[in-house]
Design a protein around this ligand. Structure first.
Ligand code: AMP
Length: 216
């Protein structure tokens, strides 16, 4: 399975990606996670990405495309992968076409998680993530058993720096102007499989499995 997962910030891409990765045994490649890791480790990439991310702006394509190309060339991507957060612009999608062509690979599907914009701000601002394993929670809709502590690994739960109300408005604007047009790009290639992203997390995953054919 060679997949892209798409949807606005707060649609639940990360949550569904964790299920998809587990079920189909494919690496989950999240450019956002890669940038956050680089920021934590204070690498050159991290230093460059930080200012963009904290404003809710996109990291320049010149940085992002190379990062993805390097990652997709690794052996664990040979039989499949799940791209999350990439591509985010038409030039990135065109670059991905070329990367996959050079690697003699073809996309199987683009899973689009559709969520009405009215619920996104609340979902994002209430989101908490484990500082250690990255598991996601929400202060009301998806609470951990013990406040502030990750159910999976016992790590501390934090709010991402770009999950504040001020930054979210910009991220949603960037999504509408630069990323949403990608749906049409992939619809023209008959790759888009849309799923309703509102409702029970397990039900949403079941619908994704049905759309993808359910084969491991
Ligand atoms: P995410 O975790 O996907 O919400 O990404 C968090 C932030 O990382 C975004 O708001 C961007 O600043 C940056 N980012 C992640 N993926 C990309 C990408 N494909 N192109 C540019 N910037 C990105």
């Amino acid at each position: 399975m060679k997949l892209i997962i798409m949807g606005p910030p707060g649609a639940g891409k990360g949550t569904q990606a964790a299920y998809i990765k587990e079920y189909y045994h494919i690496p989950h490649i999240s450019t956002g996670d890669m940038f956050r890791e680089a920021i934590k480790e204070e690498t050159d990439l991290g230093l460059e990405a930080k200012s963009y991310i904290e404003k809710g702006a996109l990291v320049p394509d010149s940085v992002t495309i190379g990062l993805v190309e390097e990652r997709l060339s690794k052996p664990d991507c040979k039989n499949g992968f799940l791209l999350d957060g990439f591509p985010r612009t038409i030039p990135q999608a065109k670059a991905l076409d070329e990367i996959l062509h050079n690697l003699k690979m073809k996309l199987d599907a683009v899973v689009n998680i559709a969520v009405d914009e009215s619920v996104l701000v609340d979902r994002i601002v209430g989101r908490r993530v484990c500082i250690n394993c990255g598991a996601g929670y929400h202060i009301r809709n998806q609470q951990p058993k013990q406040e502030g502590i990750c159910d999976v690994c016992g790590g501390s739960l934090i709010q991402r720096k770009d999950d504040t109300e001020e930054t979210v408005v910009n991220r949603l604007k960037v999504y509408a102007s630069q990323t949403k047009p990608l749906l049409e790009y992939y619809e023209n290639l008959h790759l888009v499989k849309s799923v309703n992203g509102i409702g029970d997390i397990q039900e949403i995953f079941k619908n994704i499995q049905m759309l993808l054919g359910g084969n491991e």
